[in-house]
Ligand binder design. Structure first.
Ligand code: UTP
Length: 294
């Protein structure tokens, strides 16, 4: 097995209940950060990392997501007619080549591990990436690209890792590491949503993975884990138990949890401030309200 990573799985079958009522009809991944849907940030990050095959694990009610990746010939024609070349370019940048996207259904939301397993028949004997679009990572070099580069040396399995506050460890997959130094962490154990008092560290797994196909084999067992869900963390931990390597990669960048309302709002402010055309207005507004925030 080589170390080249060209396929990414995007599990987008979750119900997004934290954003109800919006998610009654709008898939969470289509919700916009400034002016781009979350999924576009994920796709751009994947492309920057050299991904050429995109697999979406979807569910009922995600039609808007499939439509988003279709061409928009009428819109393009209208923009062309009006001479709006800049907007035309924005649209064209989102076009995907025919045959590079595959959609697989997860019929029941049985957990992230199960969602990834649903794509098993589209994965051969090469390593593949998994990207959770609700983890948005602002970074000079996109997070998955950092990982793909590190992966050329390590092979095995790799997960994005980040320190979280000790009291937050019960919301994440947590790494048990041989040594907590440097960017590349050798993992000796992993546990999904440990009790705060039992956590092996405060190094949390964030939604970027590079996995060996053996992890999909482990998922065949359909073992239920934390919260009664089939957990990806457990299947990676099983690979470790079977003697294969897992590395945590402490990425450079800022991660926003856009699966939560607070994280989404923070990302909106941060990405808004990062846009030259919005910065002055937004900064002036923020400064004007800060004194009244206590
Ligand atoms: P979350 O834990 O954020 O769940 O899933 P969710 O359903 O999207 O959101 P809430 O908690 O109800 O608000 C993390 C990622 O795993 C995917 C989700 O789509 C999201 O990208 N996922 C989760 C699946 O694809 N299938 C599942 O069964 C569970």
């Amino acid at each position: 097995m080589g170390n080249k990573v060209t396929t990414a799985i995007f599990p987008v079958a979750g119900m997004g209940t934290r954003f109800l009522p919006a998610t009654k009809s709008v898939p969470k991944e289509i919700m916009t950060l400034v002016d781009r849907p979350l999924i576009q940030y994920a796709i751009d990050e994947a492309r920057a990392a050299g991904i050429t095959e995109f697999i979406f694990v979807t569910s009922r009610g995600k039609g808007a997501l499939e439509d988003y990746f279709d061409l928009a010939p009428n819109l393009e024609e209208e923009l062309r007619r009006k001479g709006k070349d800049d907007l035309l370019k924005v649209l064209e940048e989102t076009n995907m080549d025919s045959g590079t996207i595959a959609y697989v259904r997860q019929h029941k939301a049985l957990g992230l591990g199960h969602a990834v397993w649903c794509a098993r028949r589209l994965i051969g004997d090469q390593p593949f990436a998994v990207i959770l679009p609700d983890d948005v990572i602002a970074a000079e070099k996109p997070c998955l690209q950092q990982m793909v580069e590190a992966y050329q040396e390590t092979g095995g399995n790799m997960v994005a890792a980040m320190e979280v506050a000790p009291e937050k460890t019960s919301s994440y997959g947590i790494l048990d590491v041989v040594s907590d130094e440097g960017n590349l962490l050798e993992v000796k154990g992993m546990v999904e949503k440990p009790k705060v008092e039992d956590t092996p560290s405060n190094l949390a797994v964030i939604g970027r993975y590079i996995l060996a196909p053996t992890v999909l084999k482990n998922l065949d067992e359909m073992k239920k884990g934390a919260g009664g869900e089939i957990q990806l963390t457990d299947a990676i931990a099983a690979d470790l138990d079977q003697g294969r390597k897992v590395h945590g990669y402490r990425f450079a960048g800022q991660r926003f949890d856009c699966g939560s309302k607070s994280g989404f709002l923070q990302a909106t402010v941060s990405y808004g401030l990062a846009r030259a055309e919005l910065r002055d207005d937004l900064a002036a507004y923020l400064k004007s309200i800060v004194p009244s925030l206590d």
